[in-house]
Ligand binder design. Sequence first.
Ligand SMILES: Nc1nc2c(ncn2[C@@H]2O[C@H](COP(=O)(O)OP(=O)(O)O)[C@@H](O)[C@H]2O)c(=O)[nH]1
Ligand SMILES: [Mg+2]
Length: 313
Amino acid sequence: MASPSPAPSLLPPAAPWTPWAPGPGSSAAAVSPLVLVALAVGVGTALLVAWRARATRAPRDVVLLAGLCAAGKTALLGKIRDHHVHPTCPSMEVNHYVLTSGSHRGSRGGKAPATATGSSSIDGGLRLVDAPGHAKLRFLTSPYMPRVRRLCFVVDSTRVAQDAHAMAEYLYDLLTHPRLLAASAVSRAGRAAAPVPVVIVCNKQDRLSSQDGRRILSLLEKQLHEIRQTRAASLAGLTAMDTLLPTDGGDGDGDGDGDDGSGNGVGGAGARVLGDMAAPFQFSQLEDRYAVRVVECSAVRDKGDKLLAKLLS
Ligand SMILES: Nc1nc2c(ncn2[C@@H]2O[C@H](COP(=O)(O)OP(=O)(O)O)[C@@H](O)[C@H]2O)c(=O)[nH]1
Ligand SMILES: [Mg+2]
């Protein structure tokens, strides 16, 4: 008996199924968009990270001359740069002068001033920045704050009796500026890597009515104490931290001044209160972050080299 013949097949037998795997020839065409996107994202991220790292590692090359109007900031800059005081009017913008030991020798052949502290060597090129003192123009100083290597707060020594409060308010704002606090951030060990030098420059000492540096320092401390009380009271509702700058670094005094030594409060409400609230304000309370000293000078009487040496001392 003949076996029935198989039904005619309409379709060719199906090829055995094999999982798809990119072959060497097809891979470029099939995967390249994905690879390109991944590469673009990777490169973009790397560039962003590098840019941010660069931005946060801004060079600390600015010697900032700040102070009320007519304190003599522009006169000091002119004397240092050009060896004489130009007639001035209130500055409306920031003036710069890049200091290098070469450029400062100048045409008169004067030596570059000896720099008393290694951290202020001018060989790396420091910028002397003269910021406008008018309250409405102080925002122009902000971009320079992350780069501040040294703050020179210039005071008209003949005006302290009248202007001490305004001087201290501006100084308080500078010392609690978030970007300056970041530069002076206290480490977990309770100390800044290197406190930011702050020089109280008591200018116009050629005038008979000028007060001496010690007196000016103590008047500023008194005013800073009052300002701290006022600001602390207004911040009391915002933060339980009373101070960012403990005097003993460890803050183990149990007075509630509240810094954990990490510097994490930079820019926060607690950063707006300076020093140790448990004691009358003194600059020495800031020593973990700021090395405060006072110099006396006259932009009119002193030579440029001498003035610069005082600012950098
Ligand atoms: N007698 C005297 N006058 C000064 C001295 N420094 C600046 N001045 C004068 O004070 C005024 C204000 O100075 P300026 O540099 O414009 O102040 P700024 O607003 O802080 O830049 C100008 O008339 C200067 O000539 C100084 O040491 N002694
Ligand atoms: Mg000026």
